[in-house]
Design a protein around this ligand. Structure first.
Ligand code: COA
Length: 142
């Protein structure tokens, strides 16, 4: 297994993995090629892919930052490769880079139905916030 930066050229293969991965919530944001390319273009040092010995993508993570807080998206490990510390290795690559960039707080979203996903993040030390409610708006509606 090898970890390298995720590039826009990985999009099609990664999207196939995301479609097969529970909890990805692909309908909630712009997950088209241009949407994902935009994340990578803004955060080139924070997006990673795990590659198996055949060169196939078996894991992804997209990190992002607004310069103050860091965010994690699209943490996905292919079925058959889970439980081998590939996910946590990818996560720590992003956390290390965010720390190097001076970021002190990292957040992420999971759907309420993704109980396993939430338990995973809690196992890694992330805490569920009960004091805030998340709101958003589609700008094409205003
Ligand atoms: C969640 C996911 C990314 C974990 O990746 P992984 O490579 O299987 O996890 P790791 O092997 O790195 O596990 C790291 C640690 O978390 C623990 N862990 C793994 N899945 C867990 C879960 N669902 N609940 C609690 N702990 C979990 C492991 O036992 C390991 O513990 P240890 O370090 O104490 O030995 C992967 O299972 C996945 O792609 N799931 C579907 C998509 C998803 O839910 N993504 C995250 C939510 S957005």
């Amino acid at each position: 297994m090898q970890i390298r930066n995720f590039t826009a050229d990985d999009y099609t293969e990664a999207y196939t993995l995301w479609e097969k991965t529970p909890g990805m919530n692909l309908g909630s944001l712009n997950n088209t090629y241009s949407g994902i390319k935009s994340v990578i273009d803004h955060n080139p040092a924070l997006c990673f892919a795990a590659i198996n010995d055949d060169g196939a993508i078996i894991g992804t993570i997209l990190g992002g930052t607004d310069g103050r807080k860091g965010y994690l998206y699209h943490t996905a490990i292919a079925d058959g490769y889970r439980g081998q510390h590939i996910g946590s290795t990818l996560i720590h690559k992003v956390l290390d880079e965010l720390k190097a960039q001076g970021i002190e707080k990292i957040g992420l979203f999971t759907t309420n139905e993704n109980v396993k996903g939430r338990e995973f993040w809690e196992h890694l030390g992330f805490k569920q916030r009960t004091d805030i409610t998340y709101l958003d708006i589609d700008l094409d509606l205003i």
